[in-house]
Design a binder for this molecule. Structure first.
Ligand SMILES: Nc1ncnc2c1ncn2[C@@H]1O[C@H](COP(=O)(O)OP(=O)(O)OP(=O)(O)O)[C@@H](O)[C@H]1O
Ligand SMILES: [Mg+2]
Length: 255
């Protein structure tokens, strides 16, 4: 399995993670390429979300977590730097369930930029419009920007969540099963959106949906029991997996 180091924006080396006594990640190595979509697949409980959260230090918020090994993003070892705010600006996240704030659509998207100190109204207007356009939701919400974001459908809310992430101008966007709570049409919209977004962003997405991984990702990592069993071009993972366990999983024989 070839990992082209020169284009990788995230380099993970020998990463171990413990929840208290319980080890959840075992010696994970992975080089994630810039401006590609990388899918993380594997059965429930194998460590996909745990791994994803190590990439923007979201596990720091959980008591008793211990992490060893290196996560290097853009040449910076993120566990040796204390600037978590800067890291989370660079590495945005979209969760399984839309988690908009109980405020207007506009204020949701402007929230991050305002926290960064941007106060100029014109500037904020531009950021909000650009972000909503990039998230393919502008036309649906442009006439109701000042109404509550919670009045939108689930699929619309999830695209506003993506707009909110984009408004921070991240390089990398992490998505943890972003379509699992959505209907098939909203799911397709988000998949299309992700495919378009990769010209500007590096995307790492956890999905239980094998077809989704095959449709939208360039690379796929198969996790099992806290380890990466196989990582390769998505086409190879689904057509000619090298490991029997990968084959069993992608053909639906287990998990
Ligand atoms: N906050 C936590 N405290 C203790 N153990 C945890 C915590 N979060 C996850 N785990 C454990 O770590 C392991 C990996 O969990 P994780 O949520 O990363 O799996 P996953 O692959 O995302 O699963 P799913 O597909 O069900 O979302 C599991 O055994 C889980 O029980
Ligand atoms: Mg998970």
């Amino acid at each position: 399995m070839e990992q082209r180091k020169e284009a990788s924006i995230i380099n993970v080396r020998d990463l171990n993670l413990f929840y208290g006594e319980k080890q959840a990640l075992f010696g994970v190595d992975l080089a994630i390429q810039e401006k590609e979509v990388t899918a993380l697949i594997g059965p429930s409980g194998c460590g996909k979300s745990t791994f994803l959260r190590t990439l923007n230090r979201m596990n720091d918020l959980i008591d008793g977590v211990k992490i060893t090994g290196d996560v290097v993003i853009d040449h910076e070892n993120i566990y040796r730097s204390n600037d978590v705010i800067k890291l989370r600006t660079k590495v945005g996240m979209v969760f399984q369930k839309p988690n908009l704030f109980p405020m207007s659509i506009y204020d949701n998207v402007a929230y991050g930029p305002r926290m960064q100190g941007i106060k100029n109204k014109k500037e904020l207007n531009i950021i909000v419009e650009d972000s909503l356009r990039s998230a393919a939701i502008w036309d649906e919400v442009k006439d109701r920007l000042k109404t509550s974001a919670l009045g939108l459908s689930g699929g619309q809310q999830q695209r506003v969540c993506i707009a909110r992430a984009i408004a921070m101008k991240p390089d990398i966007i992490l998505m943890d099963e972003p379509t699992s709570a959505l209907d098939p049409i909203s799911t397709l919209k988000i998949e299309e959106l992700i495919t378009n977004m990769k010209k500007d962003y590096t995307i790492v997405i956890v999905t239980h949906n094998m077809q989704q991984a095959a449709r939208i990702s360039d690379k796929t990592a198969f996790f099992l029991n806290g380890e990466i069993v196989e990582y390769d071009d998505t086409d190879n993972i689904f057509s000619t997996p090298q490991d029997q366990r990968t084959e069993d999983y992608v053909t639906g024989r287990f998990g």
